[in-house]
Design a binder for this molecule. Structure first.
Ligand code: FE2
Length: 407
């Protein structure tokens, strides 16, 4: 069982930075943040705080001199979400929310030198979304630069020093210029007393158009120098009615894994095609998988808060323990240690491979459009994505599509 590759992104950012000059400009230190474009960041912050246990930490808005956009920084464990709304119709967030609804705009990586990372990505064939910009003030210095990926999404490179160093941000320091601490909302106290236990972003799945999966696989290989981690074809991921194909790209140090899905032909509409239909036919992020060390605790707490999860038929639990425990025994691993009845009562899914097992559960879409959702995942050795659950899961998703009139 290998856990080293999936250890939470380093809390030793500064220690790594002090190891001397870096020769690989695309070495990723951490997921700096995930930025969402939303219709109303103030209200979205309340939703993610109450439903998912995020702390409302910092804000950047008119009161801090930001005239064109408002952003809220939410944190939990080593997860940083930035929720951004436009303050005028001409801001990109206003245009994109009109086209796609609320969703992920930027998966930003902390690097040693954002300008060098950007230069390397451009040299590798990437397209710039923003050239390097450095802001220095009395707190420190921060450099950002971005490249385009699928659809409206970008990857920003962020390098930080002084007070903006990521280690300091994790300790409560100011996230970026023009941010200030949000007035301590009561929900933060509640969340500290009732944690949901989400630790970091495990993986992040993109849905792309039919025939485009290999194009984006090549993009991650060539531009960001990722490697292929796993792939699944339509025989792995199909039901009687619908299908998709998926390849998993991983950063050099496995800091982040990015599966890329494309729809495949089936008798009825693929879940990926439904996403595209409600996303102005543009590719985008389908789900963020958030890692917990205790799936039962996290799911129980999230359910208590009213989070809406996919439900699977009871028949799923008639077969799952034999399937999973047989696989674990074959490979010399101990059986699933979580209480089987509680797993079933909480509606959690279980899967195993040669390295161990995992527990996972998927929310329903987080907004009215059937686009972005979250996965809550706990790994006990398995580095896979729940292949054994695909069929049961996709049948459940088809039921959802049916309910929405989209099958
Ligand atoms: Fe996933």
């Amino acid at each position: 069982m290998s856990t080293a590759s999936t250890r939470p992104p380093s809390s030793a950012t500064s220690a790594a930075a002090m190891n001397g000059p870096q020769t690989d400009p695309l070495q990723l230190i951490d997921v700096d943040h995930v930025r969402f474009y939303v219709g109303n960041a103030r209200q979205a912050a309340i939703f993610y705080a109450y439903a998912f246990g995020f702390q409302i930490e910092q804000v950047c808005d008119l009161t801090t001199g930001s005239r064109d956009e408002a952003s809220w920084l939410l944190t939990q464990g080593n997860i940083r979400f930035v929720l951004t709304s436009a303050l005028s119709k001409d801001h990109a967030a206003a245009r994109e929310v009109a086209l796609y609804g609320d969703g992920v705009k930027d998966v930003a990586f902390t690097v040693f030198d954002a300008a060098k990372a950007w230069e390397r990505a451009i040299k590798n064939g990437g397209t710039s979304a923003q050239e390097p910009v450095t802001v220095t003030d009395d707190k420190g210095s921060i450099t950002t630069a971005s490249i385009k990926t699928y659809g409206r999404c970008v990857h920003s490179f962020v390098s930080r020093s002084g007070g903006y160093d990521l280690v300091k941000v994790k300790q409560g320091g100011v996230f970026a210029p023009r941010f200030k601490r949000a007035d301590a909302p009561l929900i933060n106290e509640h969340n500290r007393a009732n944690p949901c236990g989400l630790k970091y972003v495990d993986h992040l799945v993109g849905n792309v158009e039919m025939g485009k999966m290999n194009h984006w696989v090549a993009f991650y290989e060539n531009v960001l120098e990722f490697t292929m981690f796993k792939h699944f074809d339509d025989k792995d991921i199909s039901t009687e009615y619908s299908a998709l194909m998926s390849k998993v790209m991983a950063s050099g140090n496995n800091l982040i894994k990015m599966p890329i899905n494309e729809p495949a032909d089936g008798k009825k509409k693929s879940q990926v095609q439904e996403y595209l239909d409600w996303h102005d036919n543009a590719p985008g992020v389908q789900h963020l998988a958030l890692r917990t060390d205790d799936e039962l605790h996290s799911i129980a707490e999230l359910r208590r808060r009213g989070v809406d999860f996919l439900t699977l038929p009871d028949a799923y639990y008639e077969k799952v323990w034999e399937r999973v425990n047989t696989m674990l025994t074959q490979h010399g691993h101990a059986a699933v240690r979580e209480d089987h009845k509680r797993v079933r009562d909480l509606g959690i899914l279980v899967d195993a491979d040669d390295e161990g097992y995992l527990l996972q559960l998927f929310t329903r879409p987080l907004q009215d459009r059937p686009t972005l959702f979250f996965e809550i995942i706990c790994r006990r050795g398995s580095q896979s994505f729940g292949k054994g659950n695909f069929k049961a899961l996709f049948e459940a998703l088809e039921n959802e599509q049916e309910r929405r009139g989209n099958l």
